[in-house]
Write a protein that binds this ligand. Structure first.
Ligand code: NAI
Length: 346
């Protein structure tokens, strides 16, 4: 049941209903302490409006934490558009969303997320300048964030491998990757190039078989991939894959991957800790995409500058893992605490 009190750390929540276009949307602003609340817009069919509200609130808090630890000069927010059968996605609906974003005067900056493309964002940008993630020219910062995210995940994973396995790089390290989409595929390529042994799975079996052929990886079924006996598990598909049911059956030393909200609940971080599995918090390692998108929005540097910022993820993960170990605390609690300190809520 929706409990408003558990989300009382948000600065504001805006609900919009545009009768003409059928737009029903929520914009949650978690924090503007470090700058405008930045975070994508999700277009999704929710079971009900309460589910949409919970998603918006949870995701916007997540963006605050992610952006703060990525040392970006922005806060955190998120928008959700409720997908409705009677009002399919249209230019009118996206323009109405742009008008709503604009009405917040820059307190919230939008971008694409699940169900929204860069072309959709171009339509949104007809009505507001507070938008990022637009199509860009080659070699400019911005555009498809997947490869940038993959780079950061690779570096964050490398820090975890160093700490837990005492190994420098991935030669002979076995990594199981769940999901070979725009992040997972590029992550697999980086790992293979560095000598990792790979087991991969995707619900798109042809995609998995093709990549396995190219990288000499083993293909696992989507049922088995999470429980592969390996050094590292990299969830790069869905959220909530680390939970009460799956954690007891994991066969790895480390979890480090791109998927957002890998832990179903914060207690699952404790469960991993109790099993002696080192968890590299998702929003710390998967910040490469937002670092890239924000460079585009803020006009702050080219691809080289973005890469330099992403390179810092490795040291950041090292520090976080060291602090968690020194404090004897699960890594997700330490990450949340560090983020809260950064946004003045320590
Ligand atoms: P994507 O949609 O390009 O790829 C996801 C892949 O996972 C698809 O190939 C899909 O077939 C596969 N998949 C779905 N369910 C699966 C299952 N049960 N078992 C195996 N494979 C499955 O998504 P993308 O962009 O690669 O993102 C992956 C994850 O990383 C998502 O959770 C996303 O929220 C997160 N993320 C992505 C960022 C980005 O820059 N694209 C940035 C930060 C987080």
């Amino acid at each position: 049941v929706f409990d408003l009190a558990s989300f009382d750390d948000h600065e504001a929540v805006h609900v919009f209903d545009d009768v003409r276009s059928g737009l029903r949307a929520i914009i949650a602003v978690h924090s503007t302490h470090l700058g405008p609340a930045a975070g994508g817009c999700r277009y999704w069919q929710y079971a009900d409006s309460e589910a949409a509200m919970v998603d918006a609130l949870r995701l916007s808090r997540g963006m605050s934490y992610k952006n703060a630890l990525a040392e970006l000069p922005v806060g955190g927010g998120k928008a959700v558009i409720l997908k409705r059968a009677t009002y399919p996605k249209s230019d009118a609906l996206l323009e109405a969303f742009g008008t709503m974003v604009d009405s917040l005067g820059g307190r919230y900056v939008t971008a694409e997320d699940v169900g929204i493309t860069d072309a959709d964002m171009s339509v949104v940008s007809r009505k507001t300048h507070f938008v990022s993630g637009l199509p860009v020219e080659e070699d400019a910062a911005g555009g498809n964030p997947g490869p940038f995210t993959a780079e950061g995940v690779f570096l964050g994973m490398r820090a975890a491998v160093r700490r837990r396995l005492g190994r420098e790089g991935f030669k002979g390290v076995h990594v199981a990757i769940q999901g070979l989409g725009s992040v997972g595929k590029v992550l697999a390529e980086h790992l293979a190039a560095d000598g990792a042994k790979l087991t991969v799975a995707d619900i798109d079996e042809r995609r998995a078989a093709k990549l396995a052929g190219e990288l000499r990886a083993t293909v696992a079924s989507t049922e088995d991939i999470l429980f592969t006996e390996a050094d590292v598990l990299a969830p790069c598909a869905l959220g909530a894959v680390l939970n009460e049911e799956t954690i007891p059956k994991l066969n790895v030393e480390i979890v480090a991957g791109a998927a957002n909200n890998q832990l179903r609940t914060p207690d699952d971080g404790q469960r991993l800790y109790d099993r002696g599995i080192l968890y590299a918090p998702d929003y710390v390692v998967n910040a490469g995409g937002i670092i890239n998108v924000m460079a585009e929005y803020l006009g702050d540097g080219d691809v080289d500058a973005v890469r330099k910022r992403i390179a810092k993820i490795e040291g950041r993960v090292e520090n976080l893992l060291a602090r968690a170990e020194a404090e004897g605390t699960p890594t997700n609690f330490v990450a949340d605490q560090m983020a809260r300190e950064a946004i003045g809520r320590g």
